[in-house]
Design a protein around this ligand. Structure first.
Ligand SMILES: [Zn+2]
Length: 330
């Protein structure tokens, strides 16, 4: 299995979000990648500039970060479909591979650009990949804030003079970080790309990681519809996959975050967390994680539930009072 470590640079509407082409906020202008073998040795590189077709001026932030000139893109770049196809062909050379990126945006934008330019997406569903930023965070301990690639490179002391292009440099350094961390310790922590979601029940995804499980639902018409769904509601033990009895039913801590608590007769407390992820037109999908919980973590869930309840009661009381005073004024 090879690792395709890649990075993209993209441009956006120079006049700001409001003048973006609908459904196409970012236009890819550069693809950079390194290929690592199963022992993480670098065995190949890829670099291609892309001539923009939609946004014909660089957004000032993009030129600032990438030091890119539009004239260079026009002269040295090829059109996106050609660039993407060359990249995909290069990925396939040398056998099976898995994508690795710093952060979670690049695969989404790659697919969005491919679809926009009429290409079909050859990736498996679900598309699993490594988010190296996440792996780095897991290895450096829980409370650690999300680092930028630059910060991680500094922290690991692996800076080199690399007068290359931005996307290639970033892919190169991401590959270098993979080599420098204890990758095999975090190898099980795959990420799932959410660009193409399960469209039917049979496509819904259930993944098991060390210490937790993750379920990704199909897309629902609304949050209410999702929360009524039986499978979304279920709590399953991440260790034995037993259907669990709920100790605390799902309760909201915010509009998009729900917690719950269950008990496995064999493995003890299990904490459930539901994240509601928004899609266009009010549609949503659900990412649910189940994780073994200690006694104190279980108590923490109880406390959160009580606090959420208290807040709801206070809100309702305030609402009633406001209604009352409005009535009196009338
Ligand atoms: Zn269990």
């Amino acid at each position: 299995m090879n690792y395709i470590v890649f990075d993209l640079e993209w441009n956006q509407s120079p006049e700001g979000k409001e003048s973006s082409v609908e459904g196409f906020p970012f236009e890819i202008i550069e693809i950079g990648a390194v290929k690592l073998d199963q022992d993480l040795n670098q065995i190949g590189t890829f670099h291609q500039l892309v001539r923009p077709q939609i946004y014909q001026k660089l957004h000032y932030k993009i030129s600032e970060v990438t030091h890119m000139e539009l004239s260079v893109l026009k002269k040295e770049g090829c059109l996106f479909p050609e660039a993407a196809q060359a990249f995909l062909n290069w990925c396939r050379e040398g056998g099976e591979s898995i994508f690795c990126t710093w952060g979670s945006m690049d695969l989404t934008e790659l697919q969005r650009n491919m679809e926009f330019f009429g290409m079909s997406i050859p990736f498996p569903k679900p598309l699993l990949y490594y988010d190296v930023q996440k792996l780095y965070r897991i290895l450096s301990g829980d409370g650690k804030a999300v680092l930028s690639l630059d910060q991680a490179v500094e922290e690991m002391g692996i800076r080199e003079e690399k007068p290359f292009h931005q996307a290639f440099d970033d892919a190169y350094y991401t590959g270098k970080i993979m080599r420098n961390i204890d990758f095999h310790r975090v190898k099980d922590f795959l990420s799932m790309d959410y660009y193409r979601l399960p469209s039917a029940r049979e496509e819904e995804v259930y993944l098991t990681f060390p210490g937790y499980s993750k379920y990704v639902s199909r897309v629902f018409g609304s949050r209410e519809e999702a929360l009524k769904d039986k499978i979304v509601n279920d709590m399953v033990c991440p260790q034995c996959r037993r259907m669990l009895k709920k100790k605390i039913r799902w309760f909201p801590v915010s509009q998009r975050l729900y917690y719950g608590l269950a008990v496995c007769p064999e493995h003890g407390f299990v904490r459930g967390k539901i994240r509601i992820k928004k899609q266009e037109e009010g549609r949503v999908f659900v990412v649910k994680t189940m994780k073994p919980a200690s006694e104190s973590a279980a108590e923490d869930i109880c406390a959160r539930r009580d606090e959420a309840k208290k807040k709801r009661t206070e809100r309702n009381r305030a609402k009633r009072l406001a209604q009352k005073s409005r009535k009196q004024e009338a």
